[in-house]
Ligand binder design. Structure first.
Ligand SMILES: Cc1cc2nc3c(=O)[nH]c(=O)nc-3n(C[C@H](O)[C@H](O)[C@H](O)COP(=O)(O)OP(=O)(O)OC[C@H]3O[C@@H](n4cnc5c(N)ncnc54)[C@H](O)[C@@H]3O)c2cc1C
Length: 510
């Protein structure tokens, strides 16, 4: 919406921040501490976005130069050096930064040694910063609408305590619908249009607007247009519908990394509005297969009953969906969507295979510890023989039997010659009853969006910063090729700080 100099503003702040996840919370704290009057706006009744459901693992670095080398290699030429440099520098300051924020509530900030996922130069400089304990805080009681890992909730509570302590104004259930720009075709951002329950408000941002409103996990049309494989189901929340991407595009923003998302595969349960991701197994490092010691109870087969992937790649939670992409031009179908996970009675008893996550008071499914609830309801199919199981899921019996026979032979030889799954994760599937569940590609969070520079200014198609428009967090993430565990939260912290400080340092536009 162009103001043409005639817009009547209902409210006025220096910096308006769209989205209250980690990125928005950090940007608000920084802009406030730099002296700006801040408004933090979220479309949902409960803030926290995906962040509050996360593991809360924030990737940190001992040495920024080493971190930069690793980031440069793993981003495959798809992210500029200055942006990666800023991320690397910020990662080297995450732990002390979190310790400062933790003074508010006594949260116990813990560094945990964990080198990066892939063996490229600089990978051993990385570790993770976590909040392993927060006194007198019970995540389930405090956030009853959230199901995730407690670590993410502890970090979000620490941000909330800091935001509240500063008296930063927050509007909830208030989607930002549009940006307000200056007169005569100017692209200078001067405010936002917010739909509140009590009416539409036009809010002046006399310094800047920061878009921290996440990715497009829950925007079906954007997923259809930017990704080949379909459908890809969202885990966790329906709040992130690419609104920031659309608003920035309206001002000519250049997009990057739209193809790239943090994903895996999981179940589509009729009683649950989100994908239920498979249980997370530990990461391992290529070249150090001996470190992959936790057995994965399942294999994955396609609609013919044929195994086609390494089910346990180095960072299983990030890249497992990628082999599902194959499109058969003869049959005009995706023969791997859905696929089937197959396991046996020994596996069934070992751990629950589904792990629902959510930030949504209306979603309520919890997976049973022994998988029996899902088997008894018929959601997971059960049979006494492989041939019978094949009939239940509609795949060719001979193919499924030979896939299982081959798998069991590979397990006996302790070497997956077909797809390179590490020996320590392999386990025979041979004891009846046998089980099968339908699985689909799942997006945990997207990485794409408007491109930004090292100051978090959003860049347009002519390579110019769009005046007074900033990005933070997952909205236009720097992760452009090969993601690193803990990298999105690290990015929220680093880019939230940069965007908040840069925005607050601007002169007002009048
Ligand atoms: C289960 C799970 C675990 C994860 N664990 C980790 C981990 O341990 N480490 C790691 O690095 N990454 C992890 N990730 C990824 C990481 O959590 C996300 O990438 C990150 O939290 C995104 O933060 P954000 O602040 O950018 O967005 P979000 O936290 O998603 O916040 C965006 C906010 O914007 C709001 N919003 C959207 N549109 C509008 C609008 N128009 N107006 C107003 N508000 C709007 C939304 O309601 C939402 O509250 C995990 C992801 C999942 C799914």
């Amino acid at each position: 919406m162009a103001s043409d100099g005639a817009v009547k503003f209902d409210d006025e702040y220096d910096v308006v921040i769209v989205g209250y996840g980690y990125a928005g919370g950090i940007a608000a704290i920084e802009a406030h501490d730099a002296g700006a009057r801040v408004l933090l706006v979220d479309k949902m009744a409960n803030p926290g976005g995906i962040s509050v459901c996360s593991y809360g693992a924030m990737r940190s670095a001992h040495n920024a130069d080493q971190a930069f080398k690793y980031l440069k290699t793993t981003n495959g030429g798809r992210t500029s050096d200055p942006v990666l440099r800023a991320l690397a520098d910020g990662m080297a300051r995450i732990e002390p930064y979190m310790r400062k924020l933790a003074e508010i509530n006594g949260a116990i900030v813990t560094p945990r040694e964990k080198i990066a996922n892939y063996p490229f130069e600089g990978y051993d400089t990385f570790y993770q910063t976590l909040i392993e304990e927060l006194p007198n805080f019970d995540p389930a009681a405090h956030y009853p609408h959230v199901r995730g890992a407690p670590g993410g909730a502890r970090v979000f509570k620490t941000l909330e305590d800091n935001v509240a302590h500063r008296g930063i104004e927050i509007w909830l259930e208030a989607p930002v619908e549009n940006l307000v720009t200056g007169p005569n075709g100017s692209k200078e951002v001067q405010g936002v249009v917010v739909r509140r329950k009590d009416g539409v408000r036009t809010v002046k941002a006399s310094k800047a607007v920061i878009l921290a409103c996440g990715g497009f996990e829950a925007n079906e049309e954007m997923k259809r247009q930017y990704w080949q494989m379909k459908p890809v189901l969202a885990a966790t929340t329906n709040s992130n519908t690419g609104d920031g991407i659309r608003m920035a595009q309206g001002l000519g923003a250049r997009l990057w990394h739209m193809w790239h998302y943090h994903g895996s595969y999981g179940f589509q349960h009729p009683d649950y509005p989100y994908a239920i991701r498979m249980k997370r197994l530990p990461d391992w490092i290529p070249g150090r297969e001996a470190t992959a010691v936790v057995q994965m109870i399942w294999i994955v087969v396609d609609q013919h009953g044929k195994r086609y992937m390494n089910e346990n790649p180095p960072y299983t939670q990030d890249t497992s969906h990628r082999p599902m992409e194959m499109f058969d031009t003869v049959t005009q179908s995706f023969p791997r969507i859905p696929s089937y996970v197959i396991f046996d009675e020994v596996g069934r008893r070992r751990y629950r295979v589904g792990a629902p996550t959510r930030n949504d008071p209306d979603a309520h499914y919890d997976w049973s510890d022994d998988n029996m609830q899902e088997i008894e309801s018929g959601f997971i199919k059960k049979a006494d023989s492989i041939a019978e199981l094949a009939g239940l899921i509609g795949v060719d019996g001979d193919t499924l039997e030979s896939s299982l026979a081959r798998w069991n032979a590979l397990c006996a030889a302790k070497k997956d010659e077909d797809f390179g799954r590490p020996a320590g994760t392999m386990m025979k599937i041979q004891r009846p009853p046998f089980y099968a569940g339908e699985v689909w590609p799942v997006v945990s969070n997207t990485q794409g969006g408007p491109e930004h520079d090292a100051k978090q200014r959003i860049i347009d198609v002519e390579d110019n910063p769009i005046p007074r428009l900033y990005a933070a967090g997952e909205m236009g993430s720097a992760w452009g090729h090969l993601y690193m565990s803990g990298g999105n939260l690290a990015e929220c912290l680093v880019t939230g700080q940069i965007a908040g400080c840069e925005a607050a340092a601007l002169e007002t536009w009048e």
